[in-house]
Design a binder for this molecule. Structure first.
Ligand code: PLP
Length: 422
């Protein structure tokens, strides 16, 4: 894993640049129309327009595929685009999704509001549901199951095997958003996930420098065995000269090829090669940074769990956490550096606490080298009443802290000061 973080993906030949070249070009030149025609027919691989594919992006995507243990990958302009593309590649008007209810707010909006307008319906299930409850959520038109390995911001841990088994029992793939633990700490494909998505904006970049996303295909799902469910992959694509992706590119390549040649072509949520280059700089140290994020998260969670001003702490690395055992199974080296906790004293206590932080910056961001903090009740969720906040599981005194790479004693001192001010 460590060597792949540094060296996978781009392998320069003799006399070629050591660092990934930024191919800052919208288009690519060919000698004959026949040469280019082969690319359009997907008879040859190559580049013709950076809205669909760019070599810089592909070097970085290849590294992420190796890290996750997948057969193919692509970059997208954001994590939102990655999750939308992953789902929309196999869903259409009239399809149904089974999703964990404990997911990122942006993804919840995407599937419960925007995709609903496209005629794609979703049933949400608790990540802690029984196998019977999970199986009961499936319908005849279900096309995918979705969940987050560690959910942002609830910090619930997905029982990946349970969700994969249910998905496969119903002939559909499991899509796992693996943004928080990253492949350094969790590899969903090894537990049965078929598609893995990322907001690379978070730990993968890790420096708050570039928004981006990624989709990885495990290359294991047998689309042709369920061809009635996935006509987009298993029937000829008339917009691409009658190509049948699952036949021509097999299990290993069909999903990403269709996603690139259809969705990227038509929707164009492409990551810029500049951003892909920045992302790769982050990936080169991901294996060094993640253990430090985890160590700081663990130290901060332990400190908070003993503090009299704190009513509870959510962190899967704490033995008393509901997800401790699940996390130990799927991410034995720890999950991530994000911790959430509730202050006694509600909104007023939270406001005072936030005001007195010095190191931890107030930001709507996580998974950055610099520690940041958020009180949802007075920021992202400020339109909600006290009662609505409680129902949504974000009480007014809830604080989310994303532990960066600083010295843990400095972080604890900062929190300690702010807690003393309440
Ligand atoms: C941030 C985030 C997203 C959305 O990613 P963007 O890059 O902000 O579009 C999706 N899933 C998870 C788990 C996230 O944390």
């Amino acid at each position: 894993m460590d060597t792949k973080c540094v060296q996978a993906g781009y392998r320069p030949g003799n006399g070629e640049p050591r660092q990934i070249p930024i191919i800052q070009s919208t288009t690519f030149k060919y000698a004959t129309s026949e040469d280019m025609g082969k690319l359009f027919d997907l008879e040859a691989s190559g580049y013709f327009y950076s809205r669909l594919q760019n070599p810089t992006n592909d070097y970085v995507a290849a590294k992420i595929a190796e890290l996750e243990g997948g057969t193919a990958a692509m970059l997208t302009s954001s994590g939102q685009a990655a999750n939308f593309f992953a789902l929309f590649n196999i869903c259409e008007c009239g399809s149904h999704i089974v999703s964990s209810s404990s997911i990122y707010g942006g993804t919840f909006n995407l599937i419960s509001v925007t995709m609903a307008k496209m005629g794609i319906e979703t049933t949400f299930v608790s990540p802690d549901c029984t196998v019977e409850e999970l199986n009961a959520a499936f319908k005849e038109n279900t096309r995918a199951v979705f969940g987050e390995s560690i959910a942002n911001p609830a910090l619930t841990v997905l029982d990946i095997e349970k969700f994969a088994k249910a998905a496969h029992g119903h002939g559909v793939p499991l899509i796992v958003d693996n943004t928080f633990p990253t492949p350094v700490n969790c590899r969903p494909i090894e537990w049965g996930a078929d598609i893995v998505t990322h907001s690379t904006t978070k730990y993968m970049d890790g420096h708050g420098a570039a928004v981006g996303g990624a989709i990885v295909d495990a290359g294991k799902f047998d689309w042709m065995a369920h061809r009635d469910k996935f006509p987009g992959l298993c029937e000829p694509d008339e917009s691409y000269h009658g190509i049948t992706y699952a036949e021509k590119f097999g299990k290993e390549g069909a999903f990403i090829t269709k996603c690139t040649s259809q969705l990227m072509r038509d929707l164009g949520c492409m990551q810029s090669p500049q951003s892909a280059y920045i992302l790769n700089l982050g990936l080169e140290s991901l294996h060094v940074r993640m253990p430090r994020h985890v160590a700081n998260g663990q130290a901060v969670a332990e400190f908070l769990s003993r503090h009299p001003q704190v009513s509870y702490v959510n962190y899967p690395g704490l033995e008393e956490d509901k997800y401790y055992e699940t996390a130990k199974k799927y991410m034995p080296n720890g999950g991530c550096g994000v911790v959430s906790f509730e202050l006694k004293g509600g909104r007023a206590a939270a406001e005072t606490f936030m005001k007195h932080l010095k190191l931890a910056a107030i930001e709507t961001h996580v998974a950055d080298a610099r520690t940041c903090c958020l009180n949802p009740a007075t920021s992202t969720h400020r339109q909600m009443t006290e009662r609505q906040l409680a129902a949504a599981g974000v009480p007014a005194g809830l604080i989310r802290i994303s532990c960066g790479l600083e010295d843990k004693e400095d972080l604890i001192a900062d929190l300690s000061n702010a807690l003393a001010a309440i």
